[in-house]
Write a protein that binds this ligand. Structure first.
Ligand code: ATP
Ligand code: MG
Length: 283
């Protein structure tokens, strides 16, 4: 039985649980329980505060875990990383009051900066040759300037709306983060085997998230040209349509390139283009 630590309640929780479910793993989730055993996979889920997850995995209390890179790197446990998961994307940024004049990072020399991420901030300031007083606080960092605790803050930003509503502006990006899967370096061979199985499923789910299945109709004399525009795992599937002179082409495209490809294949004569999500993808 492999033990995974995930955040009990917060910005990582839902997507962490969704990922486990999308791997075809079932469990009963009650908000009152602190752990639950999965019914069809040798996995036990522990629900913890996110800050505690890297430590528990490093100590072997949990075998694996899901946590934000910001917390992992802040705690100096980056080497536990196994796989980036692509969700809970955010950044750690420096912000100052909107009305402040700000020209460069050197404006922060000698200033007080409030943050929950003193190590990440210090590494960034050191690299830039800036000396500032770092005040570590555990929450509500964004109100620090308005209560006179600090002249600047360094906090997690995703849309930036929290900064704006507190009269702040983002001036420097310190660190980019997303959720990652971490693992204890000392897993038994049995547990490592279960982790490999889980990773195989996670990678299939991840690949599928980025990919779309595309079907289109093509005049037979355009198949070659359109096929060249379509990326695919091997080569596009070509099936004859019931109408003479027409074929159906099937392929897989990356979500990021998707609109550009659609425009090109349309211009090349493709018709009746359908784009559908893929649930799992094993290559
Ligand atoms: P806990 O009670 O478990 O300690 P927390 O309040 O420290 O929770 P959350 O606010 O739930 O933490 O954020 C958890 C993680 O989610 C952060 O460490 C970060 O990696 C990511 N995160 C934070 N804010 C956002 C956001 N606005 N958008 C996306 N991801 C975010
Ligand atoms: Mg926390």
């Amino acid at each position: 039985m492999l033990r995974i630590a995930i955040q009990k309640s917060g910005r990582l929780s839902e997507e962490s649980l969704n990922l486990i479910r999308e791997c075809g793993i079932s469990f009963v989730n009650s908000s009152l329980k602190l752990k639950t055993e999965c019914t069809n996979f040798p996995l036990e889920i522990l629900f913890l505060r996110d800050d505690d997850i890297p430590g528990y995995v490093a100590d072997g209390v949990a075998d694996i875990g899901i946590v934000g890179q910001n917390v992992l790197v802040e705690e100096g446990k980056e080497e536990l990383t196994v796989e980036k998961l692509g969700f809970s994307k955010c950044r750690l940024s420096l912000a100052v009051p909107k009305s402040d004049e700000y020209t460069s990072i050197h404006d922060l020399n000698g200033k007080n900066i409030a943050t929950s991420y003193p190590n990440l901030l210090k590494a960034f300031l050191d690299a830039q040759g800036v000396q500032a007083q770092i005040h570590t606080i555990s929450g509500s960092v964004e109100i620090a300037p308005s209560i006179g605790l600090a002249e600047a803050i360094c906090d997690i930003v995703s849309s930036g709306s929290t900064l704006i509503s507190n009269g702040l502006k983002e001036v420097e990006r310190v660190f980019k983060s997303e959720a990652v899967l971490i693992a204890s370096p000392e897993l038994s061979p049995e547990k490592r085997g279960v982790l490999e199985k889980l990773l195989f499923r996670i990678q299939a789910v991840q690949r599928a998230r980025k990919a779309k299945y595309i079907l289109l109709n093509s005049p037979d004399d355009k198949i070659e040209e359109i096929s060249r525009l379509l990326p695919s795992i091997k080569a596009p599937t070509v099936l004859p349509l019931a109408e003479e002179g027409w074929s159906s082409l099937h392929s897989v495209v990356n979500e990021d390139d998707f609109w550009e490809i659609i425009e090109k294949i349309k211009a090349a004569g493709a018709q009746g283009i359908l784009v559908v999500p893929i649930e799992k993808m094993i290559i």
